[in-house]
Design a protein around this ligand. Sequence first.
Ligand code: NAP
Length: 259
Amino acid sequence: MKPPASPACSFDLSGRRALVTGSSRGIGAAIALGLAEAGADVVVHFTGREEEAREVARSAEVLGVRTAVVQADLSADGAARRVYDGAVAGLGGVDILVLNASVQTRKDWLAFTREDVDWHVAVNYRSSFELLQLCAPGMIERKWGRLLAIGSVQETKPHPQMLVYSSLKHAQTGLVLGLAPQLAPHGITANNLAPGVILTDRNTAALSDADYAEKVRAAIPAGFLGESADCVGAALLLCSDAGRYITGQNLFVDGGLGL
Ligand code: NAP
């Protein structure tokens, strides 16, 4: 028996244009390539690693989609505007926005300076707010859009040395989920995807300590650390027509760690 012929069954993203921040590596690169595999044109964004970003774009082009590569340090004034303008110049618009880039510093909360806090706020919250403001109006006009923030299992299990990071993930989730009801009438969904421990460059150093890595693994009910690829299926669902009836949700992709 075939699935019913309804857009609600379709993961096809042909003709959609996706902007994935921080997609030169890690989870962002995996999501960008997953969206490209489903047919979306993709904007690959990076801050310092241009060669990695261009490699992700080349891999997407092999899948038959158009790409653009944009650089911006999202802590800088005007960076969100530059990323958006680069996406529009490259692909003509943004139908899918994945807010993936973030920074995180580990240290005792009493040692955080005002500069540390401002930097985290600028990259992890302010740039997300501004990109949402820039991308949503076009989606409203076209009556279709997908907004997906990448959160963290730290929204329920904050690491004691990353309280600025984890609290800003809450703020970003609150923003996206708060937008969901007002954008739903326009054919736009807004969700959060909260990964657990995923093996990427950002935690290589911490997990190179075998005892620590084993302690982390043992705390994960599924019994293993995730890969960037583990986030792709959920992202595809939330960015396609298959997810058109899912909005305002926070989906944990964490092997049960947050439970
Ligand atoms: P990652 O491997 O560290 O990659 C970070 C990406 O963000 C890179 O593309 C990097 O660009 C870009 N970036 C870094 N600083 C930036 C800045 N100031 N302005 C703009 N872009 C910047 O990250 P990841 O581990 O894949 O994490 C991706 C997302 O998942 C993040 O939001 C993170 O909080 C979340 N997350 C990750 C884990 C995990 O275990 N890995 C767990 C929970 C949540 P360059 O390559 O040019 O440096």
